[in-house]
Design a protein around this ligand. Structure first.
Ligand SMILES: Cc1ncc(COP(=O)(O)O)c(C=O)c1O
Length: 454
């Protein structure tokens, strides 16, 4: 947080916003009470009890610091605290949401669509599967949802909430949905929706969307793409390896797409996004509200979303970020994604050359997540040592993550085994990770030396 530009930018912008309302009669705002300063001192102290997510040596979970501009825009909007349910609650921020979502849809090549922000990827996926379930009602018994065993765990839970049957099919050695396993399920004739993940949570695997689309031609089903994590990699698809490039190149054929600006899009939490290729999906949301929708004949976002109140500030922050860093190929934002990916490939190369570790036999990361296991006599021992490495790295101020992965990904001879092994995982999603990779490697190496790993 050194040289944090947020306080000064916010102070200037707040004065400008105050001018917008200067014509109102004077009124008493809440006075600063001495207690507030004391409470905030305690808040600052308590917030110190966190991993330093903002620092390049935090290279663990999917946590990318919001851009300072997004933080300022969000905080500025909080002076108004708009609610994007209806224009009654957030006129400017509703318009900003519509504009920002249009830019996200354009990234996937969609100009005609239905879409809006949500408070999370989970809610965005819930909406997509809810619409899928409504569509399936018109198609007799074809309502089962299929995802891979690497799809985000919430798909199963969402399906249970929606009272739709959900089955997880096997993934292959790359962590991608296994096409033969999918084909076997499709032959049963009851599948209504397939969830393809572009960027799995564990390792950033990219499901073979092009081949899933070929199966859609044959069997007919709805295709939902969960790109909550990996969606923005569409911008640098040309630099990805061939299978991922093929998958991203056909993403516009999906029926619905979820992408989370609060993951890779430099936004504070509370910013997911769902898009439907067919704008007619709006008919399922049709409802009336006795309380709102009075102040404008224009679309109110609550008319096309399941949630009611939703932070307009999230839309303001995203809109502002898009002005500075538009989500377009070859721009500064896309360059940042490429830097994180370069860092992951660099880390993977170093791990592959080091006898203390084992990396997935299928090859290097598809996006920007590296995973590796510690070489040991047994999976149990390897898992135990991974936890020790995790702690020893943290003591060196390097923060990694742990993940359970199939042992067979590391030893293909064990293909039939269901054994899992605890591995180390590093999500290298900050552009700065590329420049910091030497530091990351030195600290990982030092931690392993300390543990006497050879
Ligand atoms: C692929 C994928 N889908 C969905 C989600 C859920 O998103 P959220 O945590 O925003 O609810 C995640 C979260 O990591 C994810 O990685």
């Amino acid at each position: 947080m050194p040289n944090d530009p947020v306080p000064e930018l916010l102070s200037r912008a707040t004065k400008l916003l105050e001018r917008e309302f200067a014509a109102l009669p004077a009124w008493e705002s809440i006075a600063i009470d001495g207690q507030m300063t004391g409470i905030l001192a305690e808040v600052a102290h308590r917030l110190g009890n966190n991993y330093p997510y903002f620092h390049p040596l935090y290279a663990g979970q999917m946590l990318k610091p919001p851009h300072p501009l997004a933080r300022v825009a969000y905080a500025l909007a909080m002076s108004i605290n708009p609610n994007n349910h209806a224009r009654d609650g957030g006129r400017a921020s509703s318009e900003m949401e519509i504009e920002a979502v249009r830019q996200i849809a354009a990234m996937f090549g969609w100009t005609e669509y239905l879409g809006h922000l949500t408070s999370s990827g989970t809610i965005a996926n819930l909406e997509a599967l809810w619409v899928a379930g409504q569509v399936a009602q018109g198609h007799g018994p074809k309502s089962r949802i299929i995802g891979s065993d690497q799809a985000h765990y919430t798909h199963q839970r969402i399906s249970a909430v929606l009272r739709l049957q959900y089955s997880a099919v096997a993934s292959d050695q790359h962590g991608r949905l296994d096409l033969a396993a999918l084909d076997a399920e499709l032959r049963k004739g009851d599948v209504g929706t397939v969830v393809a993940t572009l960027g799995t949570t564990a390792i950033g695997a990219v499901d073979p969307l092009d081949e899933i689309l070929a199966l859609r031609e044959r069997y007919g089903f709805r295709l939902h793409v969960d790109a909550a994590y990996g969606g923005y990699f569409k911008l640098i698809q040309e630099s990805l390896d061939e299978p991922a490039r093929r998958a991203y190149s056909v993403i516009d054929h999906a029926d619905s797409i979820v992408i989370d600006p609060h993951k890779h899009g430099l936004q504070p939490y509370g910013c997911g996004c769902v898009l439907f290729r067919d704008p007619a999906a709006g008919r399922f949301y049709k409802h009336d509200s006795p309380y709102t929708y009075f102040t404008s004949h224009e679309l109110h976002l609550g008319e096309i979303s399941l949630e009611c109140s939703r932070a307009g500030a999230a839309a303001v922050a995203l809109w502002a970020t898009h002005q500075l860093l538009p989500p377009v190929p070859s721009g500064e934002f896309a360059r940042g994604l490429a830097q994180g990916r370069a860092a992951a490939l660099d880390l993977d190369r170093r791990l592959r050359a080091d006898t203390r570790f084992e990396t997935p036999a299928a090859g290097p990361p598809e996006l920007d997540i590296a995973v590796w296991k510690v070489k040991a006599e047994s999976p149990e021992l390897s898992s135990q040592i991974a936890k020790k490495v995790f702690d020893a790295c943290a003591a060196q101020d390097l923060h990694l993550a742990l993940v359970q992965l199939p042992l067979s990904w590391f030893a293909p001879a064990n293909r039939e085994s269901n054994a899992q092994v605890t591995c180390l995982r590093s999500v290298l999603m900050k552009p700065e990770h590329q420049a910091w990779l030497d530091q990351i490697w030195q600290r990982l190496s030092a931690a392993c030396t300390e543990l006497n790993l050879h």
